[in-house]
Design a binder for this molecule. Structure first.
Ligand code: G1P
Length: 325
């Protein structure tokens, strides 16, 4: 367990700065991060009708639901306390990370140890907590729902639509930078300028670390002409708890939703509020499982690379591509 030194320099200031009206100035010392927050209340409309009665987070990527990769990533980075922000129709998420005694005893009776361990893997993974976001008012609002659980220490946020290949660890590096620099850290990735309007976009200065930048500004889903760079925010954040006070006063932004990017912009613009904002520029493999084409690509790539499925699947794929396409 880590040591938390508590807040220093806590005082009240008032600012007027759209979209935030009033906020409190906080500064927390770097401390070991143990909590991960995973917003999972979205409706998954891009995958209808598959998501009519099944949460999009439960769609399989090869043979595991997408959300399990995300929880595994948090645990691999040392964050074993996971809070999921859920909503209506998300009960299967809780069931997946819970024990299933009926299934376990059936597999035990059959002597199927391999499948039994697969069933138990997800319930043994992390300490899971759930809170419901009654009103889907945006990502910023979802993160704010985590405030009572997170308390006064830095924490990570992982968005379920972004799947980071386990061989290219990103979150551990972000945690390392947060512990060294304090403040908040976002994951950034260079994207084609035509794609910037799909992401939060960062203005940033270089630092002595080639993979780390100092974020000076953030804008949610800008028009190409307004984009300060082609550095897109991908769904990993390590946040100073000062973000909660800001989110409480953040007005709806892009799409009429309370945007996490807008709250982070305030932190980036004034380091005194909650420390600096850094970005870790990711160059590894990332899949957007919220997008149907990218979801299919993720399945094909991960299946090709699996020891058990890969050899047969690659042979079939090669044949399919040469003979049928
Ligand atoms: C969210 C964030 C956006 C970020 C993106 C990453 O957008 O608001 O800033 O770039 O996730 O996947 P969403 O894709 O949920 O609309």
């Amino acid at each position: 367990m880590g040591i938390f030194k508590g807040k220093v320099n806590r005082m009240l200031i008032f600012r007027v700065c759209a979209p935030v009206k009033v906020l409190r100035m906080t500064q927390s010392s770097p401390s070991r991060i143990s909590k991960a927050v995973i917003p999972a209340a979205g409706l998954g409309t891009r995958f209808l009708p598959a998501t009519k009665a099944t949460p999009k987070e439960m769609l399989p990527v090869v043979d595991k639901p997408a959300i399990q990769y995300v929880v595994e990533e948090a645990v691999a980075a040392g964050l074993s306390d996971v809070l999921m922000i859920t909503g209506r129709n998300k009960r299967p998420l809780e069931d997946h990370f819970d024990r299933n005694y009926e299934l376990e005893s059936a597999l035990t009776r059959k002597g199927d140890a391999e499948r039994l361990s697969k069933v138990q893997e997800s319930s043994d993974l992390a300490t899971m907590h759930y809170v419901r976001q009654g009103d889907p008012r945006g990502l910023g609002h979802a993160v704010l729902c985590a405030a009572p659980h997170v308390g006064d220490q830095p924490f990570a946020v992982l968005l379920g639509d972004d799947l980071i290949d386990p061989r290219d660890p990103l979150l551990a590096r972000m945690v390392e930078i947060q512990e060294r620099e304090g403040g908040s850290v976002v994951a950034l990735m260079e994207v084609d300028p035509s794609q910037v309007h799909l992401y939060g976009c960062a203005a940033a200065d270089t630092t002595v670390d080639s993979d780390v930048v100092r974020v000076t500004g953030l804008i949610e889903k800008p028009e190409p002409a307004d984009a300060p760079s082609n550095l897109a925010v991908i769904g990993r954040y390590v946040l100073d708890p000062a973000i909660f006070d800001i989110l409480r006063h953040t007005e709806p932004g892009r799409g009429g939703e309370i945007q996490l990017t807008d709250a982070l912009q305030l932190l980036a613009a004034d380091e005194k509020i909650g420390g600096p904002v850094h970005g870790v520029v990711f160059k590894g493999r990332r899949y957007d499982t919220g997008d149907r084409s990218d979801y299919l690509r993720a399945i094909v790539r991960l299946a090709c690379e699996r020891e058990d499925l890969g050899p047969d699947f690659r042979t079939w794929l090669r044949q399919y591509v040469t003979e049928e396409m």
